[in-house]
Write a protein that binds this ligand. Sequence first.
Ligand code: G4P
Length: 534
Amino acid sequence: MSADLAREAARRRTFAIISHPDAGKTTLTENLLLAGGAIRAAGAVRARGEQRRTRSDWMKIERERGISVSASVMTFEFGDILVNLLDTPGHEDFSEDTYRTLTAADSAVMVLDAAKGIEPQTLKLFEVCRLRDIPIITFINKMDREAQDPLELLDEISSKLALDPAPVFWPQGSGQRFKGMTDLRTGEFVVFERPVPGINGAITHERVDLSGNAIASVLDADEQAEMEASAELVQGGYPAFDVASYREGHMTPVFFGSALRQFGVRELLQGLADYAPSPRPQSATVKDSAATIEAERAEVTGFVFKIQANMDPNHRDRVAMVRLASGRFQRGMRLKTASGRQIGVHNPMMFVGQDRGLTDEAWAGDVIGIPNHGVLRVGDSLSESGTVRFSGIPNFAPEILRRCYVRDPMKAKHLRKALQGLSEEGVTQLFLPVIGSDLIVGAVGPLQFDVLVERIGAEYGLDVAFEPCPYNGVRWIAADSATDMENFAERNKMGMAVDIDDAPVFLAKNSWEIGYVAEKFPKIRFTATRERTL
Ligand code: G4P
Protein backbone atom coordinates (compact mmCIF):
# COMPACT_ATOMS: atom_id res chain seq x y z
CA MET A 1 0.00 0.00 0.00
CA SER A 2 2.67 2.52 0.93
CA ALA A 3 4.57 1.44 -2.18
CA ASP A 4 1.46 2.36 -4.18
CA LEU A 5 1.30 5.72 -2.46
CA ALA A 6 4.92 6.46 -3.30
CA ARG A 7 4.60 5.25 -6.89
CA GLU A 8 1.40 7.14 -7.64
CA ALA A 9 2.70 10.35 -6.07
CA ALA A 10 6.00 10.10 -7.93
CA ARG A 11 4.32 9.99 -11.33
CA ARG A 12 2.15 13.06 -10.80
CA ARG A 13 2.92 16.57 -12.02
CA THR A 14 0.47 19.22 -10.90
CA PHE A 15 1.24 22.60 -12.40
CA ALA A 16 -0.23 25.88 -13.56
CA ILE A 17 0.68 28.21 -16.38
CA ILE A 18 1.45 31.82 -15.53
CA SER A 19 1.62 34.53 -18.15
CA HIS A 20 0.61 38.00 -19.17
CA PRO A 21 -2.62 38.07 -21.23
CA ASP A 22 -1.97 37.27 -24.91
CA ALA A 23 1.37 35.56 -24.34
CA GLY A 24 -0.28 32.34 -25.51
CA LYS A 25 -1.47 30.48 -22.44
CA THR A 26 -4.69 29.25 -24.03
CA THR A 27 -2.89 28.15 -27.16
CA LEU A 28 -0.22 26.37 -25.14
CA THR A 29 -2.82 24.65 -22.95
CA GLU A 30 -4.56 23.39 -26.01
CA ASN A 31 -1.39 22.10 -27.57
CA LEU A 32 -0.23 20.46 -24.35
CA LEU A 33 -3.52 18.57 -24.31
CA LEU A 34 -2.98 17.67 -27.94
CA ALA A 35 0.59 16.49 -27.34
CA GLY A 36 -0.66 14.50 -24.35
CA GLY A 37 -3.35 12.89 -26.46
CA ALA A 38 -6.16 14.32 -24.33
CA ILE A 39 -7.76 16.00 -27.32
CA ARG A 40 -7.49 15.06 -30.93
CA ALA A 41 -7.77 18.34 -32.80
CA ALA A 42 -6.49 21.82 -32.13
CA GLY A 43 -9.24 24.35 -31.60
CA ALA A 44 -11.08 22.15 -29.12
CA VAL A 45 -10.35 24.18 -26.00
CA ARG A 46 -11.93 27.23 -27.49
CA ALA A 47 -14.78 25.27 -29.01
CA ARG A 48 -15.55 23.68 -25.69
CA GLY A 49 -15.39 27.09 -24.06
CA GLU A 50 -17.90 28.47 -26.52
CA GLN A 51 -20.25 25.57 -26.01
CA ARG A 52 -20.04 25.86 -22.24
CA ARG A 53 -20.54 29.59 -22.31
CA THR A 54 -23.74 29.39 -24.26
CA ARG A 55 -25.14 27.07 -21.61
CA SER A 56 -24.83 29.54 -18.80
CA ASP A 57 -26.41 32.92 -18.42
CA TRP A 58 -23.89 34.79 -16.39
CA MET A 59 -21.13 33.51 -18.55
CA LYS A 60 -22.49 35.74 -21.26
CA ILE A 61 -20.13 38.30 -19.83
CA GLU A 62 -17.24 36.04 -20.54
CA ARG A 63 -18.35 35.70 -24.11
CA GLU A 64 -19.04 39.38 -24.63
CA ARG A 65 -15.79 40.45 -23.11
CA GLY A 66 -13.89 37.58 -24.60
CA ILE A 67 -12.37 36.48 -21.33
CA SER A 68 -12.46 33.27 -19.42
CA VAL A 69 -13.54 33.73 -15.82
CA SER A 70 -13.66 30.23 -14.44
CA ALA A 71 -10.60 28.18 -13.72
CA SER A 72 -10.57 24.43 -13.89
CA VAL A 73 -8.19 21.54 -14.04
CA MET A 74 -7.39 19.11 -16.82
CA THR A 75 -5.85 15.74 -16.32
CA PHE A 76 -4.07 13.61 -18.90
CA GLU A 77 -1.34 11.03 -19.17
CA PHE A 78 1.96 11.53 -20.92
CA GLY A 79 3.85 8.24 -21.01
CA ASP A 80 3.94 7.09 -17.40
CA ILE A 81 3.37 10.57 -16.10
CA LEU A 82 0.00 11.82 -14.97
CA VAL A 83 -0.36 15.52 -15.63
CA ASN A 84 -2.76 17.77 -13.72
CA LEU A 85 -2.84 21.10 -15.49
CA LEU A 86 -4.50 23.78 -13.40
CA ASP A 87 -6.10 26.30 -15.68
CA THR A 88 -5.85 29.82 -14.32
CA PRO A 89 -8.07 32.62 -15.54
CA GLY A 90 -6.26 34.96 -17.86
CA HIS A 91 -7.83 38.31 -17.19
CA GLU A 92 -6.02 40.39 -14.62
CA ASP A 93 -9.20 41.22 -12.72
CA PHE A 94 -9.32 37.66 -11.61
CA SER A 95 -5.80 37.40 -10.39
CA GLU A 96 -6.84 36.51 -6.85
CA ASP A 97 -8.30 33.32 -8.24
CA THR A 98 -5.01 32.73 -9.97
CA TYR A 99 -3.10 33.23 -6.74
CA ARG A 100 -5.26 30.65 -5.02
CA THR A 101 -4.84 28.21 -7.85
CA LEU A 102 -1.10 28.51 -7.42
CA THR A 103 -1.44 27.26 -3.84
CA ALA A 104 -2.59 23.99 -5.38
CA ALA A 105 0.30 23.75 -7.85
CA ASP A 106 3.64 22.05 -7.28
CA SER A 107 5.27 23.93 -10.11
CA ALA A 108 4.54 26.49 -12.79
CA VAL A 109 5.29 27.11 -16.45
CA MET A 110 5.95 30.75 -17.20
CA VAL A 111 5.03 31.65 -20.76
CA LEU A 112 6.74 34.66 -22.28
CA ASP A 113 5.96 36.25 -25.61
CA ALA A 114 9.33 36.18 -27.37
CA ALA A 115 8.78 39.71 -28.69
CA LYS A 116 7.77 41.17 -25.35
CA GLY A 117 9.70 39.37 -22.65
CA ILE A 118 8.57 39.90 -19.08
CA GLU A 119 5.34 41.87 -18.80
CA PRO A 120 3.62 43.32 -15.70
CA GLN A 121 1.29 40.39 -15.04
CA THR A 122 4.13 37.90 -15.51
CA LEU A 123 6.05 39.70 -12.81
CA LYS A 124 3.11 39.80 -10.39
CA LEU A 125 2.44 36.10 -10.76
CA PHE A 126 6.09 35.26 -10.57
CA GLU A 127 6.24 36.99 -7.20
CA VAL A 128 3.47 34.77 -5.88
CA CYS A 129 5.37 31.72 -7.09
CA ARG A 130 8.48 32.94 -5.34
CA LEU A 131 6.57 33.55 -2.10
CA ARG A 132 5.44 29.97 -2.18
CA ASP A 133 8.74 28.54 -3.46
CA ILE A 134 7.08 27.21 -6.59
CA PRO A 135 9.70 26.11 -9.16
CA ILE A 136 9.29 27.57 -12.62
CA ILE A 137 9.99 26.32 -16.13
CA THR A 138 10.18 29.10 -18.71
CA PHE A 139 8.63 28.68 -22.15
CA ILE A 140 9.52 31.41 -24.63
CA ASN A 141 6.64 31.37 -27.07
CA LYS A 142 5.92 32.76 -30.54
CA MET A 143 9.37 32.05 -31.97
CA ASP A 144 7.64 31.83 -35.36
CA ARG A 145 7.29 35.63 -35.13
CA GLU A 146 10.02 38.24 -34.98
CA ALA A 147 11.49 37.86 -31.52
CA GLN A 148 13.86 39.74 -29.24
CA ASP A 149 17.42 38.53 -29.13
CA PRO A 150 17.20 35.37 -26.98
CA LEU A 151 20.27 36.43 -25.02
CA GLU A 152 18.47 39.62 -24.03
CA LEU A 153 15.48 37.58 -22.93
CA LEU A 154 17.73 35.51 -20.68
CA ASP A 155 19.23 38.69 -19.24
CA GLU A 156 15.76 40.03 -18.56
CA ILE A 157 14.86 36.87 -16.64
CA SER A 158 17.94 37.16 -14.55
CA SER A 159 17.71 40.90 -13.88
CA LYS A 160 13.94 41.34 -13.42
CA LEU A 161 13.23 38.08 -11.64
CA ALA A 162 16.56 37.44 -9.94
CA LEU A 163 16.34 33.91 -11.29
CA ASP A 164 19.17 32.04 -13.03
CA PRO A 165 18.08 31.11 -16.55
CA ALA A 166 19.50 27.82 -17.81
CA PRO A 167 18.68 27.33 -21.49
CA VAL A 168 17.91 23.71 -22.29
CA PHE A 169 17.29 24.50 -25.95
CA TRP A 170 18.69 27.25 -28.13
CA PRO A 171 16.79 28.73 -31.11
CA GLN A 172 18.11 29.50 -34.56
CA GLY A 173 16.51 32.68 -35.88
CA SER A 174 12.95 33.79 -35.39
CA GLY A 175 9.95 34.76 -37.49
CA GLN A 176 10.39 33.90 -41.15
CA ARG A 177 13.97 32.86 -40.46
CA PHE A 178 13.10 30.55 -37.58
CA LYS A 179 14.68 27.19 -38.33
CA GLY A 180 14.32 25.30 -35.09
CA MET A 181 16.41 24.80 -31.97
CA THR A 182 19.32 22.84 -30.65
CA ASP A 183 18.83 20.54 -27.69
CA LEU A 184 21.85 21.72 -25.73
CA ARG A 185 21.91 18.48 -23.75
CA THR A 186 22.30 16.21 -26.78
CA GLY A 187 23.50 18.39 -29.65
CA GLU A 188 20.48 17.45 -31.74
CA PHE A 189 18.69 20.04 -33.80
CA VAL A 190 14.87 20.01 -33.68
CA VAL A 191 13.68 21.13 -37.10
CA PHE A 192 10.88 23.66 -37.27
CA GLU A 193 8.32 23.00 -39.93
CA ARG A 194 5.17 25.02 -40.24
CA PRO A 195 2.20 22.68 -39.99
CA VAL A 196 0.30 22.30 -43.24
CA PRO A 197 -2.81 24.50 -43.07
CA GLY A 198 -5.94 22.47 -42.46
CA ILE A 199 -4.15 19.67 -40.65
CA ASN A 200 -4.67 20.19 -36.98
CA GLY A 201 -3.86 16.90 -35.34
CA ALA A 202 -0.71 16.31 -33.27
CA ILE A 203 2.50 16.62 -35.25
CA THR A 204 6.08 15.67 -34.43
CA HIS A 205 9.19 17.52 -35.45
CA GLU A 206 12.24 15.82 -36.85
CA ARG A 207 15.52 15.77 -34.94
CA VAL A 208 18.84 15.97 -36.77
CA ASP A 209 22.32 15.52 -35.34
CA LEU A 210 24.11 18.86 -35.51
CA SER A 211 27.47 17.23 -36.14
CA GLY A 212 26.23 14.98 -38.96
CA ASN A 213 25.77 15.65 -42.69
CA ALA A 214 21.98 15.82 -42.62
CA ILE A 215 22.05 19.21 -40.89
CA ALA A 216 23.13 20.79 -44.19
CA SER A 217 19.65 20.20 -45.60
CA VAL A 218 18.16 22.22 -42.72
CA LEU A 219 20.65 25.02 -42.06
CA ASP A 220 22.85 26.75 -44.62
CA ALA A 221 26.56 27.19 -43.85
CA ASP A 222 26.10 30.63 -42.26
CA GLU A 223 23.26 29.41 -40.08
CA GLN A 224 25.26 26.40 -38.99
CA ALA A 225 28.16 28.60 -38.01
CA GLU A 226 25.84 30.99 -36.19
CA MET A 227 24.13 28.15 -34.34
CA GLU A 228 27.42 26.63 -33.26
CA ALA A 229 28.80 29.98 -32.10
CA SER A 230 25.70 30.99 -30.15
CA ALA A 231 25.29 27.55 -28.58
CA GLU A 232 28.87 27.74 -27.42
CA LEU A 233 28.31 31.25 -26.11
CA VAL A 234 25.27 30.35 -24.03
CA GLN A 235 26.84 27.19 -22.74
CA GLY A 236 29.86 29.17 -21.65
CA GLY A 237 27.91 32.15 -20.33
CA TYR A 238 25.18 30.44 -18.37
CA PRO A 239 25.36 27.74 -15.75
CA ALA A 240 24.31 24.26 -16.82
CA PHE A 241 20.84 23.25 -15.78
CA ASP A 242 20.73 21.86 -12.26
CA VAL A 243 17.53 20.13 -11.14
CA ALA A 244 18.12 20.76 -7.44
CA SER A 245 18.62 24.48 -7.99
CA TYR A 246 15.42 24.60 -10.10
CA ARG A 247 13.41 22.83 -7.45
CA GLU A 248 14.65 25.21 -4.80
CA GLY A 249 13.44 28.10 -6.94
CA HIS A 250 16.84 29.58 -7.85
CA MET A 251 17.06 28.44 -11.46
CA THR A 252 14.65 28.20 -14.35
CA PRO A 253 15.22 25.89 -17.33
CA VAL A 254 14.39 27.78 -20.51
CA PHE A 255 12.50 26.17 -23.39
CA PHE A 256 11.63 27.80 -26.70
CA GLY A 257 8.84 27.16 -29.16
CA SER A 258 5.67 28.17 -30.88
CA ALA A 259 2.52 26.98 -29.18
CA LEU A 260 0.49 27.90 -32.22
CA ARG A 261 2.67 25.78 -34.53
CA GLN A 262 2.94 22.98 -31.96
CA PHE A 263 6.65 23.44 -31.88
CA GLY A 264 8.56 22.80 -28.65
CA VAL A 265 5.41 21.73 -26.85
CA ARG A 266 6.27 18.05 -26.61
CA GLU A 267 9.76 19.02 -25.44
CA LEU A 268 8.21 21.19 -22.74
CA LEU A 269 6.01 18.29 -21.59
CA GLN A 270 9.04 16.03 -21.49
CA GLY A 271 10.81 18.70 -19.44
CA LEU A 272 7.93 18.71 -16.96
CA ALA A 273 8.04 14.92 -16.79
CA ASP A 274 11.82 14.88 -16.26
CA TYR A 275 12.35 17.85 -13.95
CA ALA A 276 9.16 19.17 -12.35
CA PRO A 277 8.55 18.04 -8.78
CA SER A 278 5.97 15.45 -7.85
CA PRO A 279 3.49 16.42 -5.09
CA ARG A 280 5.39 18.47 -2.56
CA PRO A 281 5.16 18.13 1.21
CA GLN A 282 2.69 20.66 2.58
CA SER A 283 3.04 22.48 5.85
CA ALA A 284 0.17 22.09 8.26
CA THR A 285 -0.70 21.52 11.85
CA VAL A 286 -1.86 18.17 13.17
CA LYS A 287 -3.68 18.37 16.48
CA ASP A 288 -2.38 21.92 16.71
CA SER A 289 1.32 20.99 16.44
CA ALA A 290 3.34 21.97 13.39
CA ALA A 291 3.70 19.12 10.90
CA THR A 292 4.64 18.38 7.34
CA ILE A 293 2.21 16.34 5.30
CA GLU A 294 4.14 14.13 2.87
CA ALA A 295 2.42 12.76 -0.21
CA GLU A 296 3.11 9.23 1.05
CA ARG A 297 1.16 9.74 4.26
CA ALA A 298 -1.50 7.02 4.48
CA GLU A 299 -4.23 9.36 5.67
CA VAL A 300 -6.17 11.13 2.94
CA THR A 301 -5.76 14.90 3.29
CA GLY A 302 -6.39 17.90 1.07
CA PHE A 303 -7.57 21.48 0.96
CA VAL A 304 -10.16 23.51 -0.89
CA PHE A 305 -8.47 26.09 -3.12
CA LYS A 306 -11.43 27.12 -5.17
CA ILE A 307 -15.19 26.91 -5.28
CA GLN A 308 -16.51 26.63 -8.76
CA ALA A 309 -20.10 27.68 -9.28
CA ASN A 310 -22.37 26.98 -12.19
CA MET A 311 -20.45 24.18 -13.76
CA ASP A 312 -23.83 22.77 -14.54
CA PRO A 313 -26.45 25.53 -14.64
CA ASN A 314 -29.23 22.94 -14.41
CA HIS A 315 -28.16 22.09 -10.90
CA ARG A 316 -26.91 25.43 -9.63
CA ASP A 317 -24.17 23.41 -8.13
CA ARG A 318 -21.17 24.51 -6.19
CA VAL A 319 -18.14 22.34 -6.62
CA ALA A 320 -15.30 22.57 -4.12
CA MET A 321 -12.01 21.97 -5.90
CA VAL A 322 -9.86 19.98 -3.52
CA ARG A 323 -6.17 19.50 -4.00
CA LEU A 324 -5.21 16.19 -2.40
CA ALA A 325 -2.02 16.36 -0.39
CA SER A 326 -1.68 12.75 0.69
CA GLY A 327 -3.18 9.27 0.78
CA ARG A 328 -5.32 7.27 -1.56
CA PHE A 329 -8.74 8.79 -1.85
CA GLN A 330 -11.64 6.45 -2.58
CA ARG A 331 -15.13 7.33 -3.59
CA GLY A 332 -17.61 7.20 -0.71
CA MET A 333 -15.02 8.16 1.88
CA ARG A 334 -15.95 10.37 4.80
CA LEU A 335 -13.75 13.39 5.28
CA LYS A 336 -13.76 16.00 8.00
CA THR A 337 -12.90 19.66 8.00
CA ALA A 338 -10.62 20.97 10.72
CA SER A 339 -13.64 22.62 12.32
CA GLY A 340 -15.34 19.25 12.65
CA ARG A 341 -17.84 19.27 9.79
CA GLN A 342 -18.12 15.86 8.21
CA ILE A 343 -18.91 15.12 4.58
CA GLY A 344 -19.42 11.86 2.74
CA VAL A 345 -17.79 12.18 -0.65
CA HIS A 346 -20.09 10.13 -2.86
CA ASN A 347 -19.78 12.04 -6.12
CA PRO A 348 -16.19 13.14 -6.47
CA MET A 349 -15.35 14.42 -9.92
CA MET A 350 -12.18 14.42 -11.89
CA PHE A 351 -11.58 16.30 -15.08
CA VAL A 352 -9.96 14.07 -17.61
CA GLY A 353 -9.32 15.65 -20.98
CA GLN A 354 -12.51 17.32 -22.01
CA ASP A 355 -14.83 15.35 -19.78
CA ARG A 356 -15.62 15.54 -16.17
CA GLY A 357 -16.80 12.36 -14.59
CA LEU A 358 -17.05 10.49 -11.35
CA THR A 359 -13.84 9.05 -10.11
CA ASP A 360 -13.34 6.04 -7.88
CA GLU A 361 -9.92 6.93 -6.62
CA ALA A 362 -7.42 9.75 -6.58
CA TRP A 363 -3.96 10.34 -5.12
CA ALA A 364 -1.77 13.10 -3.79
CA GLY A 365 -1.39 15.81 -6.42
CA ASP A 366 -4.81 15.18 -7.94
CA VAL A 367 -7.65 17.65 -7.85
CA ILE A 368 -11.11 16.34 -7.18
CA GLY A 369 -14.32 18.30 -7.38
CA ILE A 370 -16.73 17.77 -4.50
CA PRO A 371 -20.25 18.99 -5.23
CA ASN A 372 -21.85 20.50 -2.14
CA HIS A 373 -24.31 23.16 -1.12
CA GLY A 374 -22.12 25.71 0.56
CA VAL A 375 -20.68 23.43 3.26
CA LEU A 376 -17.13 23.67 1.96
CA ARG A 377 -15.33 26.97 1.72
CA VAL A 378 -12.09 28.17 0.22
CA GLY A 379 -9.29 27.41 2.65
CA ASP A 380 -11.02 24.45 4.29
CA SER A 381 -8.72 21.58 5.18
CA LEU A 382 -10.07 18.06 4.76
CA SER A 383 -8.75 14.87 6.30
CA GLU A 384 -9.94 11.50 7.52
CA SER A 385 -9.13 12.33 11.13
CA GLY A 386 -10.25 15.96 11.03
CA THR A 387 -7.08 16.96 12.88
CA VAL A 388 -5.11 18.30 9.91
CA ARG A 389 -5.12 22.02 9.19
CA PHE A 390 -3.17 23.33 6.19
CA SER A 391 -1.84 26.83 6.23
CA GLY A 392 -1.76 29.38 3.57
CA ILE A 393 -4.77 30.12 1.41
CA PRO A 394 -4.44 33.87 1.32
CA ASN A 395 -7.18 36.46 1.08
CA PHE A 396 -5.89 39.66 -0.44
CA ALA A 397 -7.14 43.09 0.49
CA PRO A 398 -9.38 44.03 -2.43
CA GLU A 399 -8.46 47.13 -4.36
CA ILE A 400 -11.96 48.32 -5.18
CA LEU A 401 -14.83 48.67 -2.72
CA ARG A 402 -18.45 49.32 -3.61
CA ARG A 403 -21.72 49.41 -1.73
CA CYS A 404 -24.25 46.89 -2.96
CA TYR A 405 -27.97 47.50 -2.81
CA VAL A 406 -31.04 45.68 -4.01
CA ARG A 407 -33.71 47.64 -5.83
CA ASP A 408 -36.51 46.02 -3.83
CA PRO A 409 -35.77 47.03 -0.20
CA MET A 410 -37.87 44.11 1.10
CA LYS A 411 -35.14 41.80 -0.16
CA ALA A 412 -32.24 43.26 1.83
CA LYS A 413 -31.88 40.10 3.89
CA HIS A 414 -31.73 37.94 0.77
CA LEU A 415 -29.05 40.17 -0.63
CA ARG A 416 -26.86 39.69 2.41
CA LYS A 417 -27.20 35.94 2.05
CA ALA A 418 -26.35 36.09 -1.64
CA LEU A 419 -23.25 38.20 -1.07
CA GLN A 420 -22.18 35.97 1.77
CA GLY A 421 -22.50 32.90 -0.44
CA LEU A 422 -20.47 34.46 -3.23
CA SER A 423 -17.90 35.64 -0.78
CA GLU A 424 -17.51 32.11 0.56
CA GLU A 425 -16.70 31.04 -2.97
CA GLY A 426 -13.80 33.44 -2.70
CA VAL A 427 -14.79 35.38 -5.82
CA THR A 428 -15.34 38.69 -4.04
CA GLN A 429 -15.24 39.72 -0.41
CA LEU A 430 -17.99 41.06 1.80
CA PHE A 431 -17.41 43.53 4.62
CA LEU A 432 -20.02 44.51 7.17
CA PRO A 433 -19.43 47.89 8.80
CA VAL A 434 -20.05 47.84 12.54
CA ILE A 435 -22.24 50.93 12.27
CA GLY A 436 -25.19 50.87 9.89
CA SER A 437 -26.35 48.11 7.60
CA ASP A 438 -24.34 48.75 4.45
CA LEU A 439 -23.02 45.80 2.52
CA ILE A 440 -19.56 46.64 1.22
CA VAL A 441 -18.18 44.37 -1.47
CA GLY A 442 -14.52 44.27 -2.36
CA ALA A 443 -13.05 43.09 -5.64
CA VAL A 444 -9.69 43.01 -7.31
CA GLY A 445 -10.99 44.50 -10.55
CA PRO A 446 -14.09 46.38 -11.75
CA LEU A 447 -15.20 43.60 -14.07
CA GLN A 448 -16.04 41.44 -11.10
CA PHE A 449 -18.93 43.72 -10.16
CA ASP A 450 -20.53 43.15 -13.56
CA VAL A 451 -20.18 39.42 -13.07
CA LEU A 452 -21.77 39.71 -9.62
CA VAL A 453 -24.79 41.66 -10.87
CA GLU A 454 -25.43 38.98 -13.47
CA ARG A 455 -24.91 36.11 -11.09
CA ILE A 456 -27.03 37.52 -8.27
CA GLY A 457 -29.78 38.11 -10.81
CA ALA A 458 -29.54 34.63 -12.29
CA GLU A 459 -28.93 32.61 -9.14
CA TYR A 460 -30.80 34.53 -6.47
CA GLY A 461 -33.41 36.40 -8.52
CA LEU A 462 -32.34 39.76 -7.12
CA ASP A 463 -32.03 42.96 -9.08
CA VAL A 464 -28.96 44.60 -7.59
CA ALA A 465 -26.59 47.44 -8.30
CA PHE A 466 -23.26 48.70 -7.01
CA GLU A 467 -22.43 52.28 -6.16
CA PRO A 468 -19.31 54.03 -4.99
CA CYS A 469 -18.84 54.12 -1.23
CA PRO A 470 -16.71 56.30 1.02
CA TYR A 471 -14.08 53.57 1.35
CA ASN A 472 -11.17 52.95 -0.96
CA GLY A 473 -8.90 50.70 1.01
CA VAL A 474 -9.14 47.87 3.50
CA ARG A 475 -6.76 46.24 5.96
CA TRP A 476 -7.17 43.40 8.39
CA ILE A 477 -6.27 44.53 11.88
CA ALA A 478 -4.90 42.80 14.94
CA ALA A 479 -3.21 43.72 18.23
CA ASP A 480 -1.58 41.87 21.08
CA SER A 481 -3.87 43.33 23.69
CA ALA A 482 -7.65 43.55 23.65
CA THR A 483 -7.48 47.03 25.20
CA ASP A 484 -5.45 48.34 22.26
CA MET A 485 -8.01 46.90 19.86
CA GLU A 486 -10.92 48.40 21.79
CA ASN A 487 -9.21 51.75 21.95
CA PHE A 488 -8.62 51.71 18.20
CA ALA A 489 -12.18 50.63 17.47
CA GLU A 490 -13.59 53.33 19.73
CA ARG A 491 -11.61 56.08 18.03
CA ASN A 492 -12.25 54.84 14.47
CA LYS A 493 -15.87 53.74 14.64
CA MET A 494 -16.73 54.77 11.11
CA GLY A 495 -14.05 52.57 9.61
CA MET A 496 -14.64 49.44 11.67
CA ALA A 497 -16.09 46.39 9.96
CA VAL A 498 -15.81 42.60 9.88
CA ASP A 499 -15.26 40.15 7.05
CA ILE A 500 -17.36 36.99 6.60
CA ASP A 501 -15.30 35.11 9.15
CA ASP A 502 -15.91 37.91 11.68
CA ALA A 503 -12.27 38.99 11.47
CA PRO A 504 -11.97 42.73 12.17
CA VAL A 505 -11.02 45.06 9.34
CA PHE A 506 -10.45 48.75 8.95
CA LEU A 507 -12.12 50.42 5.99
CA ALA A 508 -10.12 53.47 4.96
CA LYS A 509 -11.13 56.43 2.84
CA ASN A 510 -7.90 56.14 0.89
CA SER A 511 -4.40 54.76 1.09
CA TRP A 512 -3.16 57.92 2.76
CA GLU A 513 -5.52 57.25 5.69
CA ILE A 514 -4.14 53.73 6.06
CA GLY A 515 -0.66 55.17 6.50
CA TYR A 516 -1.97 57.84 8.83
CA VAL A 517 -3.77 55.50 11.25
CA ALA A 518 -0.91 53.00 11.13
CA GLU A 519 1.40 55.73 12.34
CA LYS A 520 -1.02 56.98 14.95
CA PHE A 521 -1.77 53.52 16.35
CA PRO A 522 1.56 51.71 16.32
CA LYS A 523 0.25 48.86 18.44
CA ILE A 524 -2.22 47.82 15.77
CA ARG A 525 -1.01 45.55 12.99
CA PHE A 526 -2.49 46.33 9.57
CA THR A 527 -2.22 43.58 6.98
CA ALA A 528 -3.16 43.41 3.33
CA THR A 529 -3.55 39.64 3.34
CA ARG A 530 -5.18 37.22 5.65
CA GLU A 531 -4.55 33.50 5.60
CA ARG A 532 -7.78 31.62 5.86
CA THR A 533 -7.43 28.49 7.89
CA LEU A 534 -10.82 27.17 8.72
P1 G4P B 1 -3.56 33.99 -23.65
O1 G4P B 1 -4.40 32.79 -23.35
O2 G4P B 1 -2.24 33.99 -22.97
O3 G4P B 1 -4.26 35.30 -23.49
O4 G4P B 1 -3.17 33.95 -25.20
P2 G4P B 1 -3.79 33.12 -26.40
O5 G4P B 1 -3.39 31.71 -26.34
O6 G4P B 1 -5.22 33.44 -26.54
O7 G4P B 1 -2.97 33.77 -27.58
C1 G4P B 1 -3.01 35.16 -27.87
C2 G4P B 1 -2.76 35.37 -29.36
O8 G4P B 1 -1.45 34.94 -29.66
C3 G4P B 1 -3.68 34.58 -30.24
O9 G4P B 1 -3.87 35.31 -31.42
C4 G4P B 1 -2.87 33.35 -30.58
O10 G4P B 1 -3.27 32.73 -31.77
C5 G4P B 1 -1.50 33.94 -30.68
N1 G4P B 1 -0.44 32.96 -30.43
C6 G4P B 1 -0.31 32.12 -29.38
N2 G4P B 1 0.81 31.37 -29.50
C7 G4P B 1 1.40 31.75 -30.64
C8 G4P B 1 2.58 31.34 -31.33
O11 G4P B 1 3.34 30.48 -30.90
N3 G4P B 1 2.85 31.98 -32.50
C9 G4P B 1 2.06 32.95 -33.01
N4 G4P B 1 2.42 33.49 -34.16
N5 G4P B 1 0.93 33.35 -32.40
C10 G4P B 1 0.60 32.76 -31.24
P3 G4P B 1 -5.16 36.17 -31.69
O12 G4P B 1 -5.07 36.67 -33.08
O13 G4P B 1 -5.35 37.17 -30.60
O14 G4P B 1 -6.31 35.14 -31.49
P4 G4P B 1 -6.88 34.12 -32.56
O15 G4P B 1 -7.86 34.93 -33.32
O16 G4P B 1 -5.73 33.65 -33.37
O17 G4P B 1 -7.49 33.05 -31.77
